[in-house]
Design a protein around this ligand. Structure first.
Ligand code: F0G
Length: 469
């Protein structure tokens, strides 16, 4: 039972097997104090003794009036047992949906019934971030933090802001690159009352500054370098399995930005396998935007691998030096993943190794076409999310994903997060199209649903409807 969870079964551990230093969950670190690598939350499963079958979690539905059982994150508390029940912070996150999407599946190239979309846009702040934020807030509450900060391309900040506004547990401070955030997301942070600091720079600059400032002022950092956040994001995979009757799909396809999700998903499956709750691993596909393709460059082109944690990861540093020398900045319409220095790179490499992963990059055109197809299929998502569908399509065309494979694409953020990109794609105004999309190499809007302009007259309106059929 969740109520019996003791925090001493959980600890923080450096992900490098060469270091493996451990720290208590009552400490706050965003990297290993001994070697600088990332930290994981690890568990003594023998002592915490999680359920031996998934069915246990289904019984939580009968206790939905209890907020902890209702939460799509915390109903899996036994699989992230770092906090006592009384510390849990939930605002009802994780009520998300896995649906079969045959029209999008047709576009991707798989047979009917094989493509599933996991719609994380249904979270309270409209993106998957709330899964992680409820876990980060829970830890922050355990250690008594009063202020929290993040750098963001817009969704982490919206999530931080809403958790601050609802729970009143902390003051929220967000760092964003100037002009680098869609209005939908910026409006959330402003509306929810977070202190919003626009930095003359991009996300990578904001990330570097927030780490410095949080360290200097002792502010709790809720970016995905915070290992507690990723514990919450593991539950996206638990819900996917739940919706599939606890069967493991063949593929999980996810957009890659700061690489928190891909890292969390890999960890989720590694733990489920260790616990004997699943008997095989799904394959993982991480999809970069071509204009922010560090992972693709390093993994697919330069062959960088985790190597059981013993590989030389120096090529990543050399690549970052190269980016600096060439003054190359991340640049994509998928602003959520406009990131060149993904903080979770090492963890993501580990996840790719565990899940026999592949990495691809997709163009702006591919992202927007995929996004239009997702919209036409009835869910809708922001550009970054559509990278998963565009990537799946590419992998089917290559024959890497089979037409009969069961594929789950993660739709990370809601359609209304970035209406500008949507309207520019569907517009009849060529000047608007050119300004927003043409300038990014998008030459056509093959799946546009164009508005029809008519006079303020019944006959013209009737004619337009007749033509529609
Ligand atoms: N999709 C959306 C909608 C996002 O907001 C993000 C990240 C990603 C995908 C990438 O996920 O970082 O786990 O690889 N957004 C962060 C933010 C960076 O600040 O909101 P990741």
């Amino acid at each position: 039972m969740a109520a019996s969870i003791e925090t001493d079964v959980a600890f923080q551990r450096c992900i490098s097997p060469l270091c493996g230093a451990t720290y208590g969950v009552d400490e706050v670190h965003t990297s290993c104090p001994a070697c600088g690598n990332l930290l994981d939350i690890a568990y003594d499963w023998d002592r915490s003794r999680p359920p031996s079958s998934f069915e246990h979690f289904e019984t939580k539905w009968m206790r939905r009036s209890d907020p902890v059982a209702f939460s799509g994150v915390w109903r899996f508390h036994e699989l992230l047992p770092f906090a006592p029940r009384e510390s849990i912070v939930t605002i009802g996150e994780g009520q998300t949906l896995l649906s079969v999407a045959d029209s999008v599946g047709g576009f991707v190239g798989v047979r009917p019934g094989r493509l599933h979309l996991q719609y994380e846009g249904l979270n309270p702040s409209g993106s998957f971030k709330d899964n992680g934020m409820s876990a980060a807030f829970t830890h922050a509450r355990m250690i008594g933090a009063k202020r929290a900060a993040c750098a963001s391309t817009g969704n982490t900040s919206a999530s931080l802001a809403v958790y601050c506004a609802v729970t009143r547990l902390m003051r929220g401070i967000i760092f964003i690159g100037s002009g680098k955030i869609s209005y939908g997301k910026l409006s959330q942070a402003l509306d929810y009352g977070a202190l919003t600091i626009q930095i003359a720079g991009d996300f990578d600059d904001a990330m570097a500054r927030v780490k410095e400032v949080a360290g200097k002022l002792g502010i709790y950092l809720v970016n995905s370098v915070n290992p507690f956040r990723l514990e919450g994001q593991k539950t996206i995979m638990f819900r996917v399995l739940e919706a599939l009757g606890w069967e493991v799909p063949d593929w999980i396809v996810v957009p890659g930005g700061n690489l928190g999700n891909s890292s969390a998903f890999g960890k989720a499956f590694m733990e489920l396998k260790e616990l004997g709750l699943i008997d095989r691993m799904p394959r993982l596909a991480v999809i970069n935007a071509a204009g922010a393709n560090t992972l693709h460059e390093l993994y697919t082109r330069r062959g960088l691998r985790w190597g059981g944690g013993k590989a030389d990861l120096a090529p990543a540093c050399h690549y970052y030096d190269e980016l600096d020398r060439l003054e190359k900045r991340a640049d994509t319409i998928a602003s959520a993943i406009e990131i060149n220095r993904p903080v979770n790179l090492n963890k993501c490499l580990r996840a790719l190794e565990a899940c026999d992963g592949v990495v691809r990059e997709v163009t702006e055109q591919e992202i927007l076409d995929a996004k239009a197809q997702v919209g036409a299929g009835g869910l809708g998502c922001e550009p970054a999310s559509a990278a998963s569908v565009a990537g799946a399509k590419q992998l089917v065309a290559e024959g890497v994903i089979g037409k009969d494979d069961r594929v789950v694409c993660i739709l990370t953020g809601h359609q209304l997060k970035d209406p500008n990109a949507t309207v520019a794609y569907h517009t009849t105004d060529q000047a608007l199209f050119n300004e927003v999309l043409g300038s990014r190499g998008v030459s056509r809007a093959s799946y546009a649903n164009r508005a029809v302009s008519v006079g303020n007259r019944i006959d013209e309106i009737v004619q337009a409807i007749d033509l529609y059929g």
